[in-house]
Design a protein around this ligand. Sequence first.
Ligand SMILES: [Mn+2]
Length: 276
Amino acid sequence: MQSTREIKINDVIASVQTDVGCVREANEDSGRHVRPSDLYVQATKGTLTIVADGMGGHASGEVASQMAVELISQFYYADDANPPEVALKNAVELASREIYQTSLTNENYYGMGTTLVALALQNNTAFVAHVGDSRLYRLRAGVFEQITEDHSQVMEMVKYGIISREEAKNHEDKNVILRAMGTQADVEAELTAPFAVHANDVFLLCSDGLCDMLEDEEMRRILIESSDVHAACELLIEAAKNQGGHDNITVGIVKISSSGEAETKTVRATRDINIA
Ligand SMILES: [Mn+2]
């Protein structure tokens, strides 16, 4: 049942975890959950959760994804002139420009880039921005749903009716993305229409190393059966590795607790940072 109670920052419980996987030598993914300590910033900007999947030679993908999470956090919270959706879109696009500029300064960074998905929860509203094929899913009242649509070759083919969603999942070009941060001077971040957050909603942000390995039903089952957000992250990563773990795996889970739940739980800091 939908709660009309106001969602407070203490109702937001999150965990972000990343794993190199079973095949790759380095982890080029990055993730972060930001929970501002300042009351004014809590009220105006809320929490921010980010997953980025870097790409490029000479381990520059790691540089790009780290820059993305760092700069988007900075820019989003520093912008007190705009509402959250504008601040979030601008933050992603400005960060992309800075990654691109950095890629021109060092030949090892040439061509580096990153995909991105970011979720800001401010009061009762969710703001979502993404670039590329990092995804946001939502579990609400038992229904598990993909919220973002990949900027990918196969997604275009699905849209034009050339292949089905099922065929897209196993298509040889499934990892060809049409949009990335940092690979060109300017990129447009796609902003999902803001939507109301309900008590007990669970959000899952992930890099393709998770959703390429697991069926939706498997991700849904783990989210429902896990005792808390940290356990859920660990179980999802373990499941992806059991399926081969071909890529780096990053998972962010954000849960909206029912009244009072957050206060009674010990929230383990997992790559959380505080913004003054
Ligand atoms: Mn990946």
